[in-house]
Design a binder for this molecule. Sequence first.
Ligand code: UDP
Length: 362
Amino acid sequence: MKKILTVLGARPQFIKASVVSTQIADSSSLDEVIVHTGQHFDANMSDVFFEELGMRTPKYQLNINGGAHGEMTGRMLIEVEKVVLSERPDIVLVYGDTNSTLAGALVASKLHIPVAHVEAGLRSRNLKMPEEINRILTDRVSTWLFTPTESATKNLLQEGVSETAIYQVGDVMYDVALQHGAKVSSDGRILGQLSLNPKEYILATIHRAENTDNDTVLQGIVEALSSVANNIMPIVWPVHPRTKGRLQSLGLLESISTELLLVEPVGYLDMVQLEKYSSLVITDSGGVQKEAFFHGVPCITLRQETEWVELVEAGWNMLVSPKSNNMEVILEAVYEGIEATPAEIFPYGDGTAALAISKLLH
Ligand code: UDP
């Protein structure tokens, strides 16, 4: 029996891990111990995903959150190392690009325990993003690099990673979307609570540091979203805790138009409903860009670059830099996005990425 120690801590990681953990649980030769670093800790940023997606409760809850990047990562290194030393796993499994990912990968590699990285090879080529640093360093020390797309595989090959370490398994988020997407209809749930009709609203999410940490940029985004909501159609915006804190401290919450519906972060199934029945998605989230595509909805990404380049090439995703601070550009992009007729593409595998990962880890 091989023991896998999974280190996770942030919302998208719970979602990605849910399908892989199910496959590991079904395998007779793999055993999984889950460590939750505590990076995301609110019930609606953490517990709801374990419940809705049927995940096992983590054996370890480290409760590490807040503080600057160095402090948070440092505390994680100390505590994750203790767990790894006591559990002595055969493999440490990490997801994505957060501080929890990097902490798990660094601890394991220094203890000579092989690291498996799900969502390897993604690059924005913007080293100012904390996520980009976490990805590059994690990939560098990983033994198994599970890539979601061909472009991610190519990035690793270009960086000199051996072909034999790269496994292009597809995107685990596509697996999750296929498994749960079909269950969600337009009836009830959050659409019912907000009295919204399918295809008569836009969904927005904003949480990247580059958009929330700069006052002018965040203010510009709020003005642009208010203008879209007033002139085109209502916007539902589940607000990430980081963004909420920033909106509060800038005094922007009061000025927001009533057509811009701010709600607390929602669970995965409510999010699927909001995505599936929206007419357009406006986001800076990596995962939400792809989920829009999975549910056949065009997307505008408020960033200068994206890791999911194939969606831009096919016309599913349009990049609009919020730094231009230009409401007109965003409004125009929204009109264009709503009318978009993107090409049919299948870049994310066939919905069996999690099964492939569990087989390869045997
Ligand atoms: N998500 C959610 N509720 C929300 C906002 C997002 O369930 O209120 C989900 C979304 O469906 C996707 C994931 O969280 O699966 C994306 O996470 P996030 O945007 O926090 O991070 P990123 O993908 O940018 O790393």
